[in-house]
Design a protein around this ligand. Structure first.
Ligand code: NDP
Length: 460
């Protein structure tokens, strides 16, 4: 069947290099202002040239042109009333990027920097990440330029209700399943879920993941991204006769991903000496007190400098970069492009041996090249932070079958998934002549499954 279709398509006389460059140049011309999205696509196309060389059918069937164009991009008005009685208007987004292997799946981000470029970069990455988990989930992402910082609980609730009033038209347990991301945690998911349920008039717990444990949430979902990142890095270290034990670790951010990455790294015997928020960083040479960070950030919703009130011997540097502190293992878990080329050079000069990306695209392309050229073990985001969405898919499975697994069951499945992602990425890198390059390996492994599904489903 496929052969017949290929024969009917116009055959282009072009090399794989010309193809990927041509598609990328055209994207740049059409989306010149979407810098983050272009960056995410550039990283992928660089890795995929070897795939198109080996399988020209993907070129003939226009897989790259199609995969970089979202199936749908939704933008909408989110009006709400603040505590002073003023009307506020934010902008909401949902990108439904690819449903080739399953319903759209990906988090919601509430942060003032959110725009179409950020949502498209995150949604694009999500396609490959979700494919890597081995579960049947497509790629999507959404959010708003709403800033949750300093808002009262009632303002957060009103915003979430207004956001969901519109979003509910486009999502569903078999269509599109959002979850959390920056600025969206258990509290926000609860309000979003409540409003969805009220609008639909039915109980569909599988429509959102990261829910509270009392109404369909999964044990170990909260921990999954941070733990998963550390499990992945541990696999990578073990493969190189190393492990976390006794190593100094610096983690950026102090949110959901950072907290549980610190917790697991410490459990594996590492010494986590610093973490941060968008105001500054805390350096505690005795080891970061993770329980205290949980209290400050998850419960009190305070700034990280409060850490010093109970730990006066720690240092707080206002406005400083946490990457100034020498460490053996760096786990960027805050946001995109927090490590540029100069920062990467500093880390390398300070003796870093491994970098594990808990955040999405925290390293620029130039920073990644620095790490690879200097033989720093590098665990790219798509692979290393896939544990969160993997456990989200496990939450969907539990919701469908109306059961709840124990923490240990979910954690064991998570460990197995992270091991498989690591192995599949290594194998793909080896098969395509990119030994030791997990960026290429994970991009290729994630791509192949989606590309094959697109081939079989025709030109849609
Ligand atoms: P949270 O909102 O829980 O925490 C984000 C943390 O990063 C906060 O400490 C925040 O500081 C800091 N931060 C955010 N923006 C900046 C910035 N511009 N400069 C410095 N620090 C910043 O988000 P998550 O932990 O959920 O997400 C962190 C990263 O992990 C994101 O890249 C996200 O896409 C990625 N990710 C998350 C998953 C999840 O399951 N939650 C899954 C996979 C990836 P402050 O409090 O000052 O804003």
């Amino acid at each position: 069947m496929l052969g017949a279709m290929e024969n009917k398509l116009q055959h282009h006389n072009r090399t794989a290099k010309e193809y990927v460059q041509g598609v990328y140049e055209e994207l740049k011309n059409r989306n010149s202002h979407e810098t983050e999205f272009l960056q995410a696509v550039e990283e992928i196309v660089e890795s995929l040239e070897v795939v198109f060389e080996k399988h020209p059918k993907y070129m003939e069937l226009g897989i790259l042109e199609r995969i970089i164009e979202p199936e749908r991009l939704i933008a909408f008005r989110v009006p709400w009333v603040d505590d002073e009685g003023h009307v506020q208007v934010n902008r909401g987004y949902r990108v439904q990027f690819s449903s080739a292997i399953g319903p759209y799946k990906g988090g919601l981000r509430f942060h003032p920097t959110v725009n179409a470029s950020i949502i498209k970069f995150l949604g694009f990455e999500q396609i490959f990440k979700n494919s890597l988990t081995g579960q049947p989930i497509g790629g999507g992402k959404g959010g708003s330029d709403f800033d949750p910082k300093g808002k009262s609980d009632l303002e957060i609730m009103r915003f979430c209700q207004s956001f969901m009033s519109e979003l509910s038209r486009y999502i569903g347990p078999d269509t599109d399943v959002p979850a959390g991301d920056i600025g969206v945690g258990g509290r926000e998911i609860g309000y979003l879920y409540g409003q969805y349920k009220k609008i639909k008039g039915t109980v569909e717990p599988g429509v959102l993941t990261g829910k509270g444990l009392g109404f369909g949430g999964s044990l170990a979902r909260k921990e999954a991204t941070g733990y998963g990142t550390v499990y992945f890095v541990q696999e990578m270290l073990k493969d190189n006769e190393q492990d976390f034990s006794g190593k100094t670790v610096v983690v950026s951010g102090s949110g959901n991903v950072s907290i549980y990455a610190m917790e697991k790294a410490a459990e594996f015997g590492a010494k986590v000496i610093a973490c941060s928020d968008s105001n500054g960083y805390v350096y505690d040479k005795n080891g970061i007190d993770v329980e205290l960070v949980k209290q400050i950030k998850e419960v009190d919703r305070e700034r990280i400098n409060v850490y010093l009130e109970t730990h006066p011997n720690a240092e707080y540097v206002d406005g400083g970069s946490v990457w100034e502190i020498p460490c053996e293992i760096a786990l960027p878990c805050a946001t995109q492009n927090e490590i540029d080329e100069a920062t990467a050079k500093t880390l390398i000069e300070n003796g870093v041996i491994a970098v594990g990306e808990g955040a999405n695209m925290p390293s620029s392309l130039q920073a990644i090249n620095q790490f690879l050229e200097n033989n720093v073990l590098f665990a790219p985001a798509k692979a290393a932070n896939a544990g969160g969405v993997a456990v989200s898919a496990l939450e969907m499975a539990q919701n469908s079958s109306r059961i709840a697994w124990s923490f240990e069951e979910v954690d064991e499945k998570l460990q197995e998934i992270m091991r498989n992602i690591y192995q599949n990425s290594v194998q793909a890198a080896n098969e395509y002549g990119k030994e030791g390059n997990l960026v290429a390996g994970s991009n290729i492994a994630g791509f192949l499954k989606v590309a094959d599904a697109m081939v079989e489903q025709g030109i849609i």
